[in-house]
Ligand binder design. Sequence first.
Ligand SMILES: NC(=O)c1ccc[n+]([C@@H]2O[C@H](COP(=O)([O-])OP(=O)(O)OC[C@H]3O[C@@H](n4cnc5c(N)ncnc54)[C@H](O)[C@@H]3O)[C@@H](O)[C@H]2O)c1
Length: 509
Amino acid sequence: MSSNKLVVIGQGYVGLPVAMRAVAAGWRVVGVEIDGGRTARLAAGRSYVEDISDGELEAALASGNYLPTADYGQADGFDVAVITVPTPLREGAPDLSYIVDAAQELAPLVRRGVTVILESTTYPGTTEELLAPLLAEGSGLKPGTEFHLGYSPERIDPGNPTWNLVNTPKVVSGMSSACRSAVTAFYDSLVERTVPVASTRTAELTKLLENTFRHVNIALVNELAMFAHELGVDVWEAIDAASTKPFGYLRFTPGPGVGGHCLPIDPSYLSWRVRRSLGRSFRFVELANDVNDHMPDHVVRRVAEMLNARHQPVAGSRVLLLGLAYKKNTGDARESPSIRIAGLLAELGADLRAADPHVDPARLPAGVRLVEANATELAVADLVVVLVDHDAFDRELVARHARLVLDTRRWLPGPHDIRRRGPAAGAFGGTFGATPSLPFDDAATADAPDVAAPDAAIHGGVDPAGAGPGMVGPGAVGSGMGDDSGADGVWVPAQARPREGAGLTVESL
Ligand SMILES: NC(=O)c1ccc[n+]([C@@H]2O[C@H](COP(=O)([O-])OP(=O)(O)OC[C@H]3O[C@@H](n4cnc5c(N)ncnc54)[C@H](O)[C@@H]3O)[C@@H](O)[C@H]2O)c1
């Protein structure tokens, strides 16, 4: 198989890693990409996808086995084609026009015995009802018998240091058992484990089930976070405690909303299909959309509340946003709740700054200035809002220089919603903002990816990091961790506390 020719249509977050992996596995790869800017960058060895380094791209180009191009003609003579084009929503309905365009371009190149695989996320039925007829019409060949056709959902998690294309099991399917065997054989050459399922519809549904599951669970903790705040309960402590249950619970954490290409979109593909085919509503998806879509409004409301409590209007207040990407350690700002929050705060007249070392400045909404999260910017901000907990941000610097923080990710350690009244307060050694070395427990925060993101990694059981400041591990369940500013060690919600005093104040969602 090593001399076979692969064409990957679309060289984005999904297609480029597939192309690079295939080159490494010995395939001759043509990466077809209609965006001229992207093909130029690829040809120059400059990657725009975090998980692919310039070095990896340069090595692929130098091997002579990778050709990025906008010319479909270069795909002629292919053995396997993988389609990884966008599948957005347009006015709430699936927009499959990119798949249609790609299929129409590819169809004349389809020969007897080749294999075509769709990887784009879409509703159950797309491969057989939309793609198969387009390829049949353009090629004059019958899918399922004269050439192989299948579907295999992508599970990449950009920026995830543990799970990558190779070690994440790949669900595979085909229109017939021969198709499934051909699709399985292709991915067996790229990944450690393939998981064959009975039909393309099952594979399509599998992807939507995975993303809908996350979407719904994130909505659950987001809604709970809003209620818990009003009830004066620390939802994060409850989540930490619940996470010590070794069975029957999966940890999800609240955040400022969901973003990226998957969660805000994919579940709606499923609900659209259910409504269209069955005439019924998928209520879980609609409810989750409603909750998650309104999280940016909730963040803005919390910003206004926190400033108001200090007799400051939002208009004219200097607000520093940390993180614009939709996800930790990536520059992907598609559908990012941070961008919405920035837009809403700009509309309210906030004097806005934003820091994000990964995001393209062109993504900034009007009225927002991109700055570095340095000591000066932190110190002059009336309010710092932690929206994305990129590793590049310095927690100690934030804790030392910021005065007022809304931490939507529970990134800063310790119970939130508390006043820290200067050097004598609290069991951060009474030192928050006053000593050179703070007792941050990096293992307890940075190494637990599910703590950090609204699209949290999933794991059950005891937090692997164990107990640390603001975290709960075995033997540390319960309140009163002793790191509160209250001398008795009993956590008291912010709403019950006096608002006077100097030092750093951190509040959660
Ligand atoms: N990004 C993720 O983390 C992720 C994860 C799993 C699944 N997916 C799914 O994979 C699909 C692709 O997502 P992505 O994030 O890679 O999108 P992307 O926008 O990063 O990349 C898609 C690329 O396809 C190109 N393209 C569009 N039409 C084309 C055509 N006719 N011919 C050639 N190139 C064309 C675009 O210019 C773009 O560069 C979507 O369906 C998405 O839902 C994405």
